[in-house]
Design a protein around this ligand. Structure first.
Ligand code: NI
Length: 185
């Protein structure tokens, strides 16, 4: 990949609390370069999603995927996991509409909260619309873990980190401790 690996900022950095600006022209060379750099960064970090504010760019741009199989224990703990996965997707100016009020709770990590995880309620089923990297409108429906990843990443564009969505803070903690106890069950 041609892109450059970017530094990911952690909770406490003000850019993670901002409402990001809409991307005016997805084909702008600066935006295309940011996409390439974010792709290089997720590839390097071997993660599932990254929102532009996490690399210091306050823009409505997200890249994510749902892996078919994964060694990430946080995903294996998610009963709603879709084994089919979703290929790498670049979303510009995404909009989410819940398809019902049904919420499901699942574990989430975040690159900006290294080592931490917590149980977060999210809409089970959503529709989302975005511009792809070529500036074309695309729309999908998503359920379960796929819907969770999209909601988590899009929250970054509104300055919201997953602990702000949690309803049971007793589940917030360090992955190392939580996974140790789960394996023991
Ligand atoms: Ni995150």
């Amino acid at each position: 990949m041609a892109g450059r690996i970017l530094e990911v900022v952690a909770m406490g950095h003000p850019v993670l609390q901002e409402i990001s600006l809409a991307v005016k022209n997805p084909l702008d060379p600066d935006i295309q370069a940011l996409i390439e750099n974010m792709e290089a960064t997720v590839d390097h970090l071997n993660c599932s999603g990254l929102a532009a504010p996490q690399v210091g760019a306050s823009l409505r741009l997200v890249i994510f995927r749902v892996p078919k199989t994964t060694e990430n224990p946080a995903y294996q703990l998610t009963p709603e996991y879709d084994p089919e996965g979703v290929p790498w997707t670049v979303m510009i100016n995404p909009e989410i509409s819940p398809l019902s009020k049904e919420m499901t709770t699942g574990w989430e990590p975040c690159l900006s909260l290294p080592g931490l995880m917590g149980e977060v309620p999210r809409y089970h089923s959503i529709q989302y619309t975005y511009l792809n990297r070529h500036g074309q409108t695309e729309s999908r429906t998503a359920h379960g873990f796929h819907a969770r990843v999209v909601q988590h990443e899009c929250d970054h564009l509104d300055g919201i980190l997953f602990p702000q969505r949690m309803t049971d803070m007793s589940t917030f903690g360090f992955k190392e401790e939580i996974l140790k106890r789960m394996e023991a069950c």
